[in-house]
Design a protein around this ligand. Structure first.
Ligand SMILES: Nc1nc2c(ncn2[C@@H]2O[C@H](COP(=O)(O)OP(=O)(O)OP(=O)(O)O)[C@@H](O)[C@H]2O)c(=O)[nH]1
Length: 291
């Protein structure tokens, strides 16, 4: 992962490869870099205030020390949220939600593969029954990941019944994890939320839901968050997955999204390949971001 080129770290790289001593320009450039990387105005200001106070207190003069302080400040802020996935139940049921096109299906494929590398037996359920193509796409990913898939018996079957069948299969077949794909149509927000609560109610007749993961596209940054608000309000989200960080200049979104939603990031997607999903480690992320 270390050798990936993170477009969002460019902004910081310029500052830290410039003059060695801290000047007013350094602060201006740092502010611009934080805003460009989509930390959002509040977080940016708070980081700048904290660093200025520290620089004054400890009589810091060198940019390279400021860089270490920035990295620590970001890491501390990221670490206030617990990224641990809760998958203790057997089966552990994971619902994956989010608006269209953010990368839900791709994430499920990658996540399934990720879990199999930890020897988990995984089944995925295609409860996005509205589009036949969505079912096929999930089945293709399941095949790539080497896991089983539960499909609807006919197009447009009640998503809740597919979810029920997936959990049933997981229970009867001794699976460790059941991951359920859901539809992301926004046009019918009320209907979608009703559908999700029904999916949940029906699952809970058999097993508790261990995680509800909301998938967000990092390239849309703060705008994407506004779109996802209904899920945060109504879907009982327990964690976030940020996708497309490979193509994003908005790495600061990682921090602002946790603060805004109060929800931890549990997984990050960094490419279209099956291996491009990792857990979220504040230390590693802060290092990648600041360099
Ligand atoms: N670069 C990059 N592309 C990604 C990543 N995750 C998903 N994608 C791409 O994003 C596009 C949409 O992904 P899907 O998984 O189909 O999204 P979805 O949310 O399931 O979409 P719907 O089924 O329409 O709701 C695809 O072209 C994926 O290859 C990522 O981490 N990095």
């Amino acid at each position: 992962m270390a050798e990936r080129s993170w477009s969002f770290s460019k902004a910081f790289r310029n500052i830290f490869s410039g003059p060695e001593l801290i000047t007013e320009d350094t602060w201006d450039e740092l502010e611009t870099a934080l805003i460009t990387a989509d930390f959002g105005p509040d977080v940016s200001e708070s980081i700048l205030d904290e660093l200025r106070a520290q620089v004054d207190r400890h009589h810091v003069t060198e940019v390279k020390e400021l860089r270490l302080m920035l990295r620590e400040s970001i890491e501390d802020r990221l670490a206030k949220f617990d990224p641990t996935l809760r998958l203790q139940e057997r089966p552990a049921v994971v619902l994956v939600v989010g608006v269209n096109g953010v990368g839900k299906t791709t994430t499920i494929g990658k996540f399934a593969r990720y879990l199999t590398t930890f020897d988990r037996k995984v089944v995925v359920g295609a409860a996005d029954t509205f589009r036949a193509a969505a079912v096929e796409q999930l089945a293709t990913w399941a095949e790539r990941a080497g896991v089983d898939v539960v499909r609807p018996q006919q197009q447009g079957q009640d998503p809740a019944s597919v979810a029920f069948q997936t959990v049933q299969r997981a229970t009867e077949g001794g699976y460790d994890v059941a991951i359920i794909d859901t539809a992301g149509r926004l046009q019918t927000k009320g209907g979608l939320m009703d559908e999700l609560s029904k999916v949940r109610r029906v699952i809970e007749k058999q097993a508790p839901v261990s995680e509800v993961l909301l998938v967000l596209d990092a390239t849309t940054g703060q705008n994407g968050l506004a779109q996802a608000e209904a899920f945060i309000e109504h879907a009982g989200v327990t964690g976030l997955v940020l996708t497309k960080l490979d193509g994003s200049a908005k790495g600061g979104f990682v921090l602002s999204v946790q603060q805004k939603t109060g929800l931890p990031i549990k997984l990050i997607g960094q490419g279209e390949g099956i291996g491009d999903l990792t857990g979220f480690t504040p230390h590693v992320f802060a290092q990648q971001l600041v360099g």
